[in-house]
Design a protein around this ligand. Structure first.
Ligand code: AN7
Length: 358
């Protein structure tokens, strides 16, 4: 059997492009190296002549792209002697912070909006032993509090304002380029705090500046209509959307995102909750790919931009599916159209149920 080195995470793989030294003790759970899956059925169904790939970040260890940033942030926090980390979160950051803190043997404090995070994410934070502080407010309130409290308590912020987070997250672009052999023409991605879109641009720009690729993609960021400060042109005080992961009104990477939008020749657009859920369902029913609602906005937006001609036929497109569908089982079950059938545990009854549907 040919020997293949065990994959040990993205810091090890991209060591020379990340702020670590030979002495850095890496905190990893094997994040990164996620599949880039070409969509087969959706383009056919919609008669799109385009190569559409999804980068399935839901297959990271805690089920979202946050692990890419968290391996770096926690590695550096430990290296700098910190024994506690803190974040505000709509759910996924708290799950990742909790898991990497557990792995590192340090404490994690997470501030989450009371009743507004998906069940899977809450379960993760609790199971990994984070100290979960529910606040009677939204993510933006939590973020402001985290910034204040970190000045008064010995805790390291691991939200994406921690620069090591984006360093880790930029590796998604490296992986995409390495698998495609070039940069895509368009990269479509959900936008909340705009940390991830900024990190992707950093990654693309790094390979471009080093002459590894000859082009950079047009970056397209999608926001939920009820939480779309980039579309309104100003911060939004009461963000609301079914995609709780991106229920954010005061994006932390505001300036960076506007800058990359201009540099890449890209744009922001918004999708309604109905469009988000329809795209989530299309991915699950037609491609076998289950992502959470916030992630599906990248495909919802893409479909609209292909239909309108904004993204031309023949393009090579990557959509980031930021988080796994299992994160939010409640929303999934509520919108499922497949009826649950209950029958007697008898051959006749089961046979009838099958023949009825065939
Ligand atoms: C699935 O967990 O902000 O634009 O606190 O969980 O980099 O903020 C989550 C964000 C997209 C938006 N998709 O990314 C948090 C948090 C999913 C997410 C985003 C998030 P950014």
């Amino acid at each position: 059997m040919p020997f293949r080195p065990r994959y040990t995470g993205l810091i090890e793989r991209y060591r020379s492009r990340l702020p670590v030294t030979d002495d850095t003790k890496i905190v990893s759970i094997g994040e990164g190296n996620t599949p880039l899956i070409q969509l087969n059925n959706i383009p056919k169904l919609l008669k799109y002549k385009a190569d559409i790939y999804v980068k399935y970040e839901g297959l990271n260890p805690t089920g979202s792209f946050k692990d890419r940033g968290m391996t770096m942030a926690v590695t550096k926090a430990v290296e700098d002697g910190s024994s506690a980390i803190i974040c505000a979160s709509t759910g996924n950051t708290s799950a990742a912070a909790a898991a990497y803190a557990a792995r590192a043997g340090i404490k994690a404090f997470v501030l989450i909006p009371d009743g507004k995070i998906a069940m899977g994410k809450l379960a993760q934070a609790l199971m990994h032993g984070a100290i979960v502080i529910q606040i009677k407010g939204n993510f933006d309130d939590g973020m402001a509090l985290v910034k204040q409290v970190s000045k008064e308590a010995p805790v390291t912020i691991v939200n994406s304002i921690n620069p090591f987070r984006l360093q880790g997250q930029k590796t998604a672009s490296f992986e995409i380029i390495e698998e495609l052999g070039c940069a895509p023409d368009y990269h479509c991605i959900p936008v909340g705090n705009a940390g991830n879109i900024s990190a992707h641009w950093m990654g693309y720009d790094e390979y471009y500046s080093d002459g590894i690729v000859k082009s950079r993609p047009v970056m397209v960021g999608y926001q939920a209509s009820g939480a779309a400060p980039f579309l309104r042109g100003h911060m939004v005080d009461d963000p609301e959307t079914i995609a709780t992961a991106i229920r954010i009104g005061h994006p932390q990477s505001w300036d960076m995102a506007w800058k990359l939008q201009k540099e890449s020749g890209g744009w922001f657009d918004e999708c309604s909750d109905d469009e988000i859920l329809a795209a989530q369902k299309l991915l699950t029913e037609k491609e076998g790919i289950f992502c959470e609602p916030a992630s599906a906005i990248s495909v919802a937006g893409l479909m609209r931009d292909i239909n309108s001609g904004k993204i031309p036929e023949g393009s090579k497109i990557v959509c980031t599916l930021t988080g796994h569908g299992l994160k939010d089982p409640d929303t999934a079950i509520k919108q499922s159209s497949t009826p649950l059938i209950t029958v007697d545990a008898a051959l006749d009854a089961v046979k009838l149920a099958i023949l009825d549907k065939i």
